[in-house]
Write a protein that binds this ligand. Structure first.
Ligand code: NAD
Length: 299
């Protein structure tokens, strides 16, 4: 068997196109959604992420507001900025890039964001809404994973889903989303016993760990949908000394020989995260003005 490769890059491009169409419709009524991003410090990965996000925000016709603070910024400065963005009518969505410098309490900053502008879905109000099945903002990466899963299998009811990883950003919201689709969900983590056996039960397997090629081909149930969230940089001596390449948490070739469908790394889940952030910003802009959210998510 050879798995269907789920093309997250193409799906994300399509979703961004649908967001851009909806933004163009809104602009005819004088509404331009705005997304503010706060970055403190000069972490190179965060800088690349923020730059890509700003470019894609503008490409779909939204306004992008970048707030770059030094690594020495105090917690009070970040909280004051968040308060200003909460009050700014041009700002529909606020994203504070994590991790924040050590002197700043990230949870305090997350909880200071207006839940109606919390397009990352990290505020406890939005996490609670997801848990209780009430509409709210859903974290972008797990939302992107769900869209990709449903692009190959729209009805997930009754399937066994295993999520490896229990972070607030990926693992826990992913589990809630799959529960919301009536899957039977297991959350595995670093203390799980016999992880291989747990994974072999999965009709849907989501790996969000951060360990290169951890999930092997013989952990996969034949025909399963495998979603690889991991982004791991490993040495790539073939490309030259000191060169690296990005791999996921799943040993791709082995797993693709057994799975029914699988996301590659790169080009799978990665591109979905920013596309879903733009989707959430559109949702925030509509919600704040009492407008209905345009239907976007159909493949
Ligand atoms: P995290 O470090 O917060 O969580 C990792 C989880 O993996 C933990 O819950 C831990 O219990 C579990 N774990 C660790 N070792 C394990 C083991 N040996 N067996 C089973 N479980 C184990 O990480 P995160 O923020 O959830 O991110 C996970 C991965 O996803 C990372 O590689 C990260 O770079 C990637 N990621 C990708 C995107 C994207 O846009 N594609 C977004 C966020 C995170």
């Amino acid at each position: 068997m050879s798995a269907t490769i789920i093309d997250g890059k193409a799906y994300a491009a399509g979703l961004r196109g649908r967001v851009a169409g909806a933004v163009a419709d809104l602009s005819r009524d004088g509404v331009v959604p705005g997304l503010a991003v706060v970055l403190a410090g000069s972490d190179p990965a965060s800088q690349i992420y923020v730059r890509n996000k700003a470019r894609q925000t503008v490409e779909v016709g939204m306004e992008s507001f970048e707030h770059l603070l030094p690594a020495t910024a105090s917690e009070a400065e970040v909280l004051a900025l968040v308060a200003r963005l909460n009050a700014d009518p041009a700002v529909d969505g606020i994203l504070v890039q994590l991790p924040l410098p050590a002197q700043i309490d990230s949870q305090k900053v997350i909880e200071a964001i207006d839940p109606g502008k919390d397009v990352d879905g990290f505020h406890p109000i939005n996490a609670g809404r997801l848990m209780t099945g009430v509409p709210g903002f859903v974290s972008c990466t797990p939302l992107g994973c769900l869209l990709l899963i449903r692009s190959v299998r729209p009805d997930l009811a009754g399937l066994d889903a295993v999520v490896i990883g229990r972070s607030n950003i990926v693992g826990k919201p992913m589990a809630q989303l799959l529960l919301g689709q009536s899957c039977t969900v297991t959350v595995a983590h670093s203390r799980t016993r016999d992880l291989e056996a747990v994974c072999r039960r999965a009709d849907i397997l989501v790996a969000a760990v951060g360990r290169p090629d951890m999930v092997r081909g013989d952990w996969i149930k034949p025909g399963a949908i495998v979603i690889d969230v991991g982004i791991n940089r490993v040495p790539n001596p073939q490309a030259g000394e000191g060169k690296t390449r990005v791999v996921g948490d799943v040993a791709f070739a082995e797993a693709a020989a057994v799975a029914g469908a699988i996301t590659p790394v790169p080009g799978g889940v990665g591109p979905m995260t920013i596309a879903c952030l733009l989707r959430n910003t559109l949702q925030a802009a509509c919600q704040r003005r009492g407008l209905p959210m345009p239907a976007l998510d159909a493949a």
